[in-house]
Design a protein around this ligand. Sequence first.
Ligand SMILES: Cc1cc2nc3c(=O)[nH]c(=O)nc-3n(C[C@H](O)[C@H](O)[C@H](O)COP(=O)(O)OP(=O)(O)OC[C@H]3O[C@@H](n4cnc5c(N)ncnc54)[C@H](O)[C@@H]3O)c2cc1C
Length: 66
Amino acid sequence: MTKVIVIGGGASGLMAAGIAAQNGAETIIFEKKLRPGRKLRITGKGRCNFTNIIELKEFLDHFDSG
Ligand SMILES: Cc1cc2nc3c(=O)[nH]c(=O)nc-3n(C[C@H](O)[C@H](O)[C@H](O)COP(=O)(O)OP(=O)(O)OC[C@H]3O[C@@H](n4cnc5c(N)ncnc54)[C@H](O)[C@@H]3O)c2cc1C
């Protein structure tokens, strides 16, 4: 079985670990604080706003390609 170690239980780490586990990997998260997802809990004053909900193509058009 594939083993995955994720360093940091923030939004990115939790997402990566979830996807790895979903795909059958034995997954463990190492988080240095007492609990994972601490920053997530304060985003959007506890409601966790979406940063953006526009279509992916429109979103990418706002970034410089070169
Ligand atoms: C006040 C505030 C409000 C916000 N509001 C929003 C919002 O409404 N919508 C939105 O989209 N975004 C918001 N953001 C931004 C959002 O929180 C970040 O973009 C997101 O948390 C980044 O996720 P990350 O996993 O990259 O990093 P982090 O959330 O910083 O996670 C990194 C994790 O790794 C851990 N770590 C670090 N070093 C180590 C180590 N050596 N070993 C083990 N663990 C380690 C940390 O303790 C932490 O838990 C907000 C941010 C703040 C500060």
